[in-house]
Design a protein around this ligand. Structure first.
Ligand code: ADP
Length: 307
């Protein structure tokens, strides 16, 4: 079964990505609300068809930690990717609430990300390549799922030419080599560590405004010891989990099999049902609503990016 644009009713815009907008859509034949991501590419029909073919494997693979794929199509040189609608959006929008999540919530988020990454590696034989809070989505049921993973080789190649942005989740070995050959599972583990740090503390650990240049910022990532999770709010297990992920030596970083049984994950495993993930998402969404004006101002010029 193939989805096409004629079957979709456009609703509101959900966000702007690097390559196009993400829109909420209603799929009329199935009455399912979906999120449709537009990816603008300058490619010929052959390459676009190849991308759709490569995305097809997603129809056969399902995980509670991966955003469901419904189908994709292209119009002119845009690929439209239809996926499960996550009504709370990405984690980056939720974590400024209370300056980051409490320890039990972080443990469940880390568990979900590790489970998702492990699924991608074991079932689809792929590495994510872009683990960061914008690519971790939440819904009001309190579920946490990964999106935007590198499933299509052709799509990865086509997107590779673009810049890296001012918040880098790239592992030191990737910055140093500045090519994708250095990419391995361990690089995703680094990005997981940076993401946990950001989700736990409420802020990205190498903020651009602290450095004179992107070079200085990347230099800090490669050479400086990364900060810990705040000691006043996180126990030794959480702090160790992040430190393990953020080892400069890629080979020293733990595997997913090791991370999934790390004391920080096990600490909350048996009482997972009692952790109020839905309540936390609800609180964060209400906070967002109440601060919508300030957040809007910050985004439109108040940020001081110096650009
Ligand atoms: P980027 O290009 O920076 O990775 P995306 O294009 O993936 O960003 O997404 C832009 C924004 O759209 C996200 O920050 C998120 O808030 C929203 N979004 C993306 N996918 C979904 C989805 N499946 N459900 C709801 N919102 C989404």
């Amino acid at each position: 079964y193939k989805i096409n644009m004629a079957e979709l009713e456009l609703r509101e815009e959900l966000g702007k990505g690097q390559y196009g907008v993400v829109q909420k859509v209603f799929h009329k034949p199935t009455k399912v609300i979906m999120a449709m991501k537009e990816i603008r590419l300058e490619l010929d029909t052959g390459k676009l068809s190849q991308i759709l073919m490569e995305l097809d494997v997603l129809h056969k693979s399902h995980s509670p930690y991966i955003v469901e794929f419904y189908g994709a199509f292209f119009i002119e040189s845009c690929v439209y990717y239809c996926m499960e609608y996550m009504d709370a959006g990405s984690l980056d929008r939720l974590i400024p609430y209370k300056n980051g999540v409490p320890e039990d919530v972080l443990s469940r988020i880390a568990f979900s990300i590790v489970s998702g990454l492990r699924f991608l590696k074991d079932e689809l034989k792929i590495i994510h390549r872009d683990v960061k809070p914008t690519n971790v989505l939440a819904n009001s049921k309190g579920e946490i799922k990964l999106c935007d993973f590198g499933v299509s080789g052709q799509l990865i190649q086509s997107l590779a030419k673009t810049n890296i942005g001012c918040q880098s989740y790239m592992a030191p070995e990737r910055i140093a080599m500045s090519d994708n050959a250095a990419y391995s599972v361990a690089s995703d583990v680094w990005s997981l560590g940076i993401s946990c740090l950001e989700v736990g503390s409420g802020k990205y650990p190498y903020p651009a405004n602290r450095y004179d240049s992107i070079f200085a910022q990347l230099n800090a990532i490669v050479h400086e010891t990364p900060p810990d999770l705040p000691h006043d709010r996180f126990g030794p297990e959480a702090i160790d989990f992040v430190r393990q992920c953020l080892q400069k030596d890629a080979k020293a970083r733990p595997t997913y099999a090791e991370l999934i049984v790390h004391p920080f994950i096990l600490k909350y495993q048996d009482h997972a049902d009692e952790i109020d993930m839905a309540g936390w998402v609800q609180g964060a969404l209400e906070w967002r609503q109440a601060h919508a004006d300030e957040l809007h101002q910050l985004k439109n010029g108040g940020g001081g990016t110096g650009a």
